[in-house]
Ligand binder design. Structure first.
Ligand SMILES: [Ca+2]
Ligand SMILES: [Ca+2]
Length: 165
């Protein structure tokens, strides 16, 4: 049988463990489901009447995609030189990396904009990219500083850009 002391310690452990898991859960949910512009350190801008959202927090690619959807937006598809230049101007003050909706998870080496299903036409790859490093890189992010594109492991946490549907 357990002694009172053992049960007491076990109870404390369970309470702490539950508290920790609740905390993680809340952290995971805090960033999802809020209105654009109300999230901490996020910014918004408009290009030719279309609204864009730049997160102030980092998520992995799947969660970033869901976060955009939950705001009634989509993870950005950068489909022209003009759109790319406009986005680059807007985020030039932030040296962070940003997720786009580009992915080759469907077919290795064939990149599509996940949100439109269209193949990536215009591209802005950094030198040597995409390289599918270690066979694990299937999501396009704008690299830090240069904001040129890199195929990156989708599980990394980065800021992300959403655009109006
Ligand atoms: Ca790949
Ligand atoms: Ca890469």
């Amino acid at each position: 049988m357990f002694s009172f002391g053992q049960i007491f310690l076990l109870s404390i452990f369970l309470v702490l463990a539950q508290g920790l898991s609740l905390g993680d859960h809340q952290n995971g949910e805090i960033v999802i489901g809020k209105e654009p512009g109300k999230l901490e350190n996020s910014t918004t801008f408009t290009i030719e009447g279309r609204n864009y959202f730049v997160s102030g927090h980092k998520l992995n690619w799947d969660k970033a995609k869901r976060s955009c959807w939950n705001m009634g937006m989509q993870l950005v598809a950068i489909e022209s030189l003009e759109e790319n230049n406009a986005i680059l101007r807007e985020v030039s003050g932030d040296r962070s990396a940003f997720w786009t909706s580009g992915t080759d998870q469907g077919q290795e080496g064939y990149f599509v904009w996940d949100t439109t299903g269209q193949s990536v036409g215009f591209s802005y790859w950094a030198h040597g990219e995409p390289n599918n490093f270690f066979g694990n890189e299937h999501c396009i992010k704008m690299k830090s500083s240069s904001h040129q594109w890199n195929d990156n492991a989708c599980w990394d946490s980065e800021k992300y850009i959403c655009e109006q549907l």
